[in-house]
Design a protein around this ligand. Structure first.
Ligand SMILES: [Zn+2]
Length: 130
C-alpha cells in the first residue's frame, strides 16, 4: 500500500505547486500594472519638470515684461507645451509680495485642455504700480 500513499503525496505536491504558480502569476500581473502606473506617473513628473524649466514655467523663472498690459497677449502667444495648440488665459492673478510680486496667468489649452500656470515679472522703471 505505500505506493498509494506516495501517489497521493505526489498529487498533493502537484496541486500545491499549481496553486503557488497561479498565485505567483496573479501577483506578477498586479506588479506589472503597478509598474505601468509608476511609469505613467514618472513620465507626467518629467513633463511637469520640463515645463517648469521653460520661461515663465515657475516662480523662479518668470517672463520679464515692461508692463502688465502685455502679459495676456504674451501668454496667449505661447503655444501649449503638450500639443502645440493655442492656449488661452483662464485667470490672471497677482501673487507674492513686494519686489517678488509676480503675475500668474492660468493657461488652458484649447486643443488638449492641458492647464499650466505662467509666471510674469513686471519690470518697473519708476516704481509706481503699472
Ligand atoms: Zn494642448
Amino acid at each position: 500500500m505505500p505506493w498509494v500513499q506516495i501517489g497521493l503525496g505526489l498529487a498533493v505536491v502537484a496541486v500545491l505547486s499549481w496553486v503557488v504558480y497561479l498565485v505567483g502569476h496573479r501577483m506578477s500581473a498586479v506588479q506589472r500594472l503597478r509598474d505601468a502606473e509608476d511609469e505613467a506617473r514618472e513620465a507626467e513628473h518629467l513633463r511637469s519638470r520640463r515645463e517648469a524649466r521653460m520661461p515663465g514655467g515657475s516662480p523662479e523663472h518668470p517672463i520679464e515684461v515692461a508692463s502688465a498690459a502685455v502679459i495676456e497677449p504674451r501668454a496667449c502667444s505661447l503655444p501649449c507645451p503638450r500639443c502645440g495648440g493655442p492656449a488661452h488665459v483662464d485667470e490672471h492673478v497677482v501673487s507674492g509680495q513686494g519686489r517678488q510680486r509676480l503675475r500668474v496667468t492660468h493657461m488652458r489649452c484649447g486643443t488638449c485642455g492641458h492647464r499650466r500656470p505662467l509666471y510674469f515679472w513686471v519690470r518697473r522703471a519708476s516704481g509706481h504700480e503699472a
